[in-house]
Design a protein. Structure first.
Length: 368
């Protein structure tokens, strides 16, 4: 461990893209949070006087204790040349401050930013933040649930802060905990990130639906960085170790076919289309034992007409259904076949990532 070379994350490359919205993800503890708050928060304020917003998802994530702990690794004395020695918050405002060890008292100094919870976005809609040019959204990828209509709430907040100045930059930093994320789905990024390699930056322009004073369409520029691995492992074991140590998308172990695919006969294929993820479900029969099995694998092509599709999207077609256990096909044998065979013990996946994604996106519970 002592001889391992550490490659900490550096914000410089994505800054050069000059994008409106910047998404940065990778392994836990690689330095991405430090770089963003350091360069786009504190240093920028000290150099330009422009403030920033530290954004988290929920109200209980923006308590004074948690926010001050977030800034605890910043060398305030060095950055301010001894003028201040800590960062504090008061009434959801961030200050450069001085803590006196002898008196145990803290004196607030310059205001450098604000703290917000995205869940309270509507509370900020009437406020003015013309002194802000950066919004830092920490832990934007969640292992748990997202708030309702989250990506739109973020855009409402962004609009509130920017006020059509086109000066505010949004920085989203997170760990690679799950590809099932509203920002990936709502901003149509799934195909982009599915083939993205670590250590690369991909840019994309998205139509905002607005026009400038000359009637030209206005596009928002997105920069997406999949951070290079630090090259150093932590003392962790279990399901999350690949994400924490290397930045791989977190996945859980999934069952795989016990035999080669050649040993099975394909009886039928159906499709699953949830949250922009597409999967093929192939009903297989073991050529030797005649046992039935379902094989789930990713699909990137177009959905054909008269293809049986299970989806969270509503279509006026009997071929499109919502729940595999509550189908309304005219063929009763097909309804019974799907209900009786699509069981946990009979479903196998092309990869651990495939199975993890599948189970996270479907909106029905697989029966045992």
């Amino acid at each position: 461990m002592a001889n391992q070379k550490i490659t900490h994350y550096n914000l410089d490359n994505i800054e050069k893209e000059d994008a409106d919205i910047n998404l940065i993800w990778g392994e836990k503890g690689n330095g991405k949070s430090y770089q963003v708050k350091h360069k786009r928060g504190i240093i920028k304020y000290l150099e330009t006087g422009k403030r920033f917003i530290l954004l988290r998802r929920l109200k209980d994530e923006v308590t004074t204790e948690k926010v001050e702990h977030y800034f605890a690794d910043v060398d305030v004395i060095k950055l301010t040349h001894g003028q201040y020695n800590c960062i504090t918050t008061y009434r959801k405002t961030i200050y450069l401050s001085n803590y006196d060890i002898e008196t145990c008292k803290t004196t607030r100094g310059e205001k450098i930013g604000y703290v917000m919870a995205l869940s309270q976005e509507q509370n900020y809609s009437g406020c003015s933040y013309l002194d802000v040019e950066d919004i830092i959204f920490e832990e934007f990828m969640s292992r748990n649930e997202y708030i309702s209509n989250e990506s739109n709430k973020l855009m409402f907040l962004y609009s509130t802060v920017d006020r059509k100045r086109h000066k505010v930059k949004l920085w989203l930093a997170g760990n690679t905990v799950s590809r099932v994320c509203p920002y990936i789905q709502d901003w149509d990024l799934l195909k982009t990130i599915s083939t993205q390699k670590q250590g690369t930056i991909i840019t994309k322009h998205i139509d905002t639906g607005s026009q400038d004073e000359n009637g030209r369409e206005i596009y928002a520029k997105l920069a997406i960085e999949y951070c290079k691995s630090t090259g150093v492992s932590s003392f962790v074991i279990g399901k999350a170790k690949d994400m924490i140590n290397g930045g791989s998308w977190q996945s859980d172990p999934q069952p795989h076919l016990p035999k080669s695919l050649k040993e099975y006969k394909t009886l039928m294929r159906i499709m699953f289309f949830y949250k922009e993820f597409k999967f093929i479900g192939a009903l297989l029969m073991d050529k030797e034992t005649s046992e039935i099995a379902w094989f789930i694998y990713p699909f990137a092509g177009k959905i054909k007409d008269k293809q049986i599709v299970f989806s969270d999207q509503i279509r006026i077609s009997n071929f499109w259904q919502r729940n595999i256990y509550d189908t309304t096909f005219r063929n009763d044998k097909l309804n019974k076949l799907l209900y009786n065979t699509f069981r946990e013990s009979k479903i196998f996946y092309a990869s651990d990532q495939c199975g993890t994604d599948f189970k996270q996106v479907i909106d029905f519970t697989i029966k045992k």
